[in-house]
Design a binder for this molecule. Sequence first.
Ligand code: FPP
Ligand code: MG
Length: 326
Amino acid sequence: MRAAQPRGSFYALVEDDLEELTRRLQDVGRGAHPTFAAASAHLFGSPGKLLRPTLVFLSSRFGPGARSRMIVDLAVSLELVHTASLVHDDIVDEAEVRRNVPTVNAVWSDDVALIVGDYLFAKAYALAAVLPKPEVIAMVAQTVFALCDGELTEVAAPSTMPTEAQYLERIELKTASLYAACCQGAALLAEADPEHVAALGAYGTNIGLAFQITDDVLDLVGEEDDLGKEVGRDLAEGMPTLPMIYAVERDGEATSLAARIVAADKDPAEIRELIAAIRASGGVQRAQERARRSRDEAVAALDRLPATREREALRAIADFIVSRER
Ligand code: FPP
Ligand code: MG
């Protein structure tokens, strides 16, 4: 399992913590219903980039309470929230592959995936509930509300192009809120200085925005093998993202491009044509620039923290997030 993980410099400082986290994740299904045990083994056999737990461990190092068991509990809890949300999201998206392996809904069924997601979420909350700080417990619950609000906004959205502001609000809820909770929650739990807790919250929100904008760019122009999931899904589903919003803004015949983007049930040729049109409009490039702006804001928030190796690692994560291909 470890061999499959990317090992860049920013993982090095928290290697031991990540090993402990990995063991805990692999144990999640132990003693539970055999279908949940099998689905958890399947999910945590290909664990992804582990960016969120890495952020928890690095952020905790800004307080005196780092390296305690409760920090690992928070990291496991938030990684379980993340995994639960992806299991449910894959039902919503009818996705068949994630992290280069078949999704729970594809291997088992939508019904099983629904309950596996619920189970993971309950496990996450059981861990969070016994943390010694009520404000961190509340933060985990608030984060799940935010994820649900973001996902509901996406699912219930009318078939029209959102504004840039509406898009940013949606991704702040569905993605950036969890990044912020990892950084801010860990610093709070480790009793970091309130100024540093706030700086880490701002950093987390901004790298979360940069992450999701980059994800939406990669859904248009990424390689399936690198990403480990199908590309072109957003267009296939008529889900407008930032590069598309910018493309429509530039387009002389804005209404027809917008209508083609939000249309459901496109064939592969139409998706290829739309990707070409969005690229030609500069929409992809402008979205990448917007992601870099959020990266810059995240890096600026780091100036409010002491200059440590952990701060350097957080900076490297911000750079990785906008330059990644997976
Ligand atoms: C992936 O986005 C999905 C999310 C970031 C949030 C999903 C949230 C829920 C399903 C709410 C339920 C939450 C819990 C805890 C049970 P994406 O579809 O843009 O990314 P993708 O391409 O990786 O699927
Ligand atoms: Mg999805």
